[in-house]
Design a binder for this molecule. Sequence first.
Ligand code: ATP
Ligand code: MG
Length: 297
Amino acid sequence: MMKHLSEKTRKFVEIATDEQRIKHIKEFRWIGYSDAIKILKKMDDLLDYPKSSRMPNLLLVGDSNNGKTVLLNQFHKRHQAYVEEDENGFSKVKNPVLYIQAPPEPDEKRFYNIIFEKLYAPYKTSEKIEQRQLRLIHLLKEMETKVLVIDEIHHVLAGTLAKQRLFLNVLKYLSNELQIPLICAGTRDAFNAIQTDAQLSNRFEPKVLPRWTNDKELKRLLISFENILPLKKESNLIENSITNKILAMSDGLIGEISKIIELSAILAIESKVEMITTNILNSIDYTSPDKRKKFIL
Ligand SMILES: Nc1ncnc2c1ncn2[C@@H]1O[C@H](COP(=O)(O)OP(=O)(O)OP(=O)(O)O)[C@@H](O)[C@H]1O
Ligand SMILES: [Mg+2]
């Protein structure tokens, strides 16, 4: 019975009400697809990289809604801050992985403030940039931060070449002074901006999260989804016509794939069909990304 489900999901389906199942579907569940696992491993390697004057950095590149932030969060979650007592009995916060989102525009002061806020460290608006930098570096050293994660890096690498240059220098400075790897995520624009700086492009290894295509990896992803979807019947999402349909609707973005599957699973419960079919996929209230774009125009 219900062989398409993981044991945990099967047990849940046996006892849960429809409402409970629907609520469960809406909750985020991380799926470790191959690229994600590989990149996480790479990030873990960086965490223990010996200090040197040439630290390796990583740039996660991908289209919007294709899993960058989820991946960074997953890495962050695995290395959470903790409290340690020193020899005098004082507790100190250690923060091995610091995650921030770059400010929406290339504003250096705001960039530092975001980090201070993340660390609950006060700052004065009157404080000079150089002073801020120094204090920040000191703080990160104290917390034994081993990796600085900067999401949405394209925001600060936007604008005129001069503005881009300014932030490329900020990144270089932080990386050199702290001697810790930077893990950044952003769109292709970020990648292009970094390419304009020989030193940085040497030190940033790009890792691309490509759009999904109909191959083994996608089938594996769909199997993983099916395993954890609390539906009583097997949908067989890897049947080619269903796979292709989901792929076409989603534009190959994992965020859309998961949204389509979520809406379909809910409809499958509400309609008592209990499996995702082509008919269900056609009936969900969902606008695919390319249609959304046309709508705006
Ligand atoms: N490993 C995963 N397991 C399950 N769902 C995932 C996974 N990765 C991504 N998703 C789904 O895709 C959605 C979009 O992912 P995410 O927010 O990481 O995109 P992004 O690349 O950061 O986009 P943006 O550039 O717009 O910030 C998530 O909200 C989640 O629903
Ligand atoms: Mg994101």
